[in-house]
Design a protein around this ligand. Structure first.
Ligand code: NAD
Ligand code: WQD
Length: 339
């Protein structure tokens, strides 16, 4: 199949492009490189022996996007492009709404014009807001989101349901990721955040590699096993394979349908720090700090719908996440700038 991948130079996109190329598909990547590096695509080419076609495109620019579709057709679109930092979205809500919403509206418009109506969208567990019950199941109410970023994901889901309801033959997979972490098994591609990492795993890795002195553990008085926050950490290669499974089973998404992609079990902040200490053989200094506003104590998925619809389940646990994440970070202490 010929596939259009928006945001394909980014963290999850680049890992998915590897799986798509290895699956024999042709891939066109569009990305504005606002949060990524073209080096990631060079590395993808090195790993797979095939170079994805690349076009530097800002999805907010509808004319340029239209020209990408003029060079179609595409059998399916995988839509990763967007801004994703929760804290930054509180500071810059207009930028988040503009990029995530207008970018997606432009994409849906061009897909409709081109008659390409199969879409796989990067949604997020953030659409559930604070969980009323665990594990989180797809029927849990959505919309109780606490940040502009989260609201963009929820709004895009709602837009997709409305577009699908036109009966024009849309098949939209709304994949609700839990906490994607880790790196490709080769250590050649991985997460390379710009500036200070917002998320736990890249922060821990930068401490392990000596770029930062210690990790602040946000809260040690939660009602969890060791008092620190619990999340469902999902290996990025498992997540990438989930996209392939969604594409292969797109007929099960007639209209639009949401599916969780998570492991089904949780790990605490201290589990993560200890896992990376073991994988790296290094001491990872940490200090307990105040809770981070907006955080919930515990979050993990019920992944049974993904197993039933897609035949997909996560195969890698925290030990593989830490080993592969460390292999990436130790070989690339400054991310893609190490080249
Ligand atoms: P990322 O920032 O590494 O990748 C996003 C890519 O989109 C980047 O390469 C960036 O340059 C590109 N981009 C941003 N704005 C663009 C625009 N206007 N036009 C074209 N390209 C643009 O992030 P990621 O972690 O790979 O996330 C991919 C998707 O998954 C995002 O939509 C994110 O919201 C979603 N998601 C991520 C997580 C996570 O924890 N990483 C969890 C749930 C959902
Ligand atoms: C994990 C745990 C923190 C950093 C975010 C988004 C979510 C989704 C995934 C996109 C929590 C603790 C963190 C640190 C810490 N993204 N922590 N010290 O908040 O579960 O999810 O990424 O859709 O929408 O909100 O991930 O990695 O930031 O935090 O103690 O320096 O680590 O309190 O318990 P989170 P995270």
């Amino acid at each position: 199949m010929r596939l259009l991948v928006t945001g394909g130079a980014g963290y999850i996109g680049s890992h998915t492009v590897v799986e798509l190329l290895e699956g024999g598909h042709d891939v066109v990547v569009v990305d504005d490189l606002s949060n990524s590096s073209e080096v990631a695509l060079d590395r993808v080419a090195g790993l797979t022996g095939r170079r994805p076609e690349f076009r530097r495109v800002d999805l907010v620019d509808n004319d340029v996007l239209a020209s990408v579709f003029d060079d179609g057709p595409y059998d399916c679109v995988l839509h990763f492009a967007g801004l994703k930092a929760v804290g930054e979205s509180v500071e810059q809500p207009l930028r988040y709404f503009r990029t995530n919403l207008i970018g997606t509206l432009n994409l849906l418009t061009e897909m409709d014009r081109a008659g390409c109506r199969d879409l796989i969208f990067s949604s997020s567990a953030t659409v559930y807001g604070a969980p009323q019950a665990l594990p989180l199941i797809e029927t849990h109410p959505t919309g109780g989101t606490t940040s502009p970023y989260g609201r963009t994901k929820h709004m895009i889901e709602e837009i997709c349901y409305d577009v699908a309801a036109t009966g024009a033959g849309w098949r939209i997979a709304l994949l609700r990721y839990f906490n994607p972490v880790g790196a490709h098994l080769s250590g050649r591609i991985g997460e390379d955040p710009k500036g200070i990492p917002n998320n736990l795993v890249p922060y821990v890795l930068q401490v392990a590699v000596g770029r930062r002195p210690h990790v602040d553990v946000f809260g040690n008085d939660y009602p969890t096993s060791d008092g620190t926050g619990v999340r469902d950490y999902l290996h990025v290669v498992d997540l990438a394979k989930g996209h392939l499974a969604a594409m292969e089973n797109i007929d099960r998404f007639e209209g639009a349908r949401a599916v969780n992609l998570g492991t089904g079990s949780g790990n605490s902040v201290l589990d993560v720090i200890n896992g990376f200490a073991e994988a790296s053989g290094r001491r990872i200094a940490y200090e307990f700090a105040d809770r981070r506003p907006g955080d919930v104590p515990e979050l993990y998925a019920d992944p049974s719908l993904a197993a039933e619809l897609l035949g997909w389940k996560a195969e890698r646990g925290l030990a593989e996440i830490c080993a592969d994440g460390w292999a990436w970070q130790s070989a690339n202490p400054n991310g893609y700038a190490s080249d």
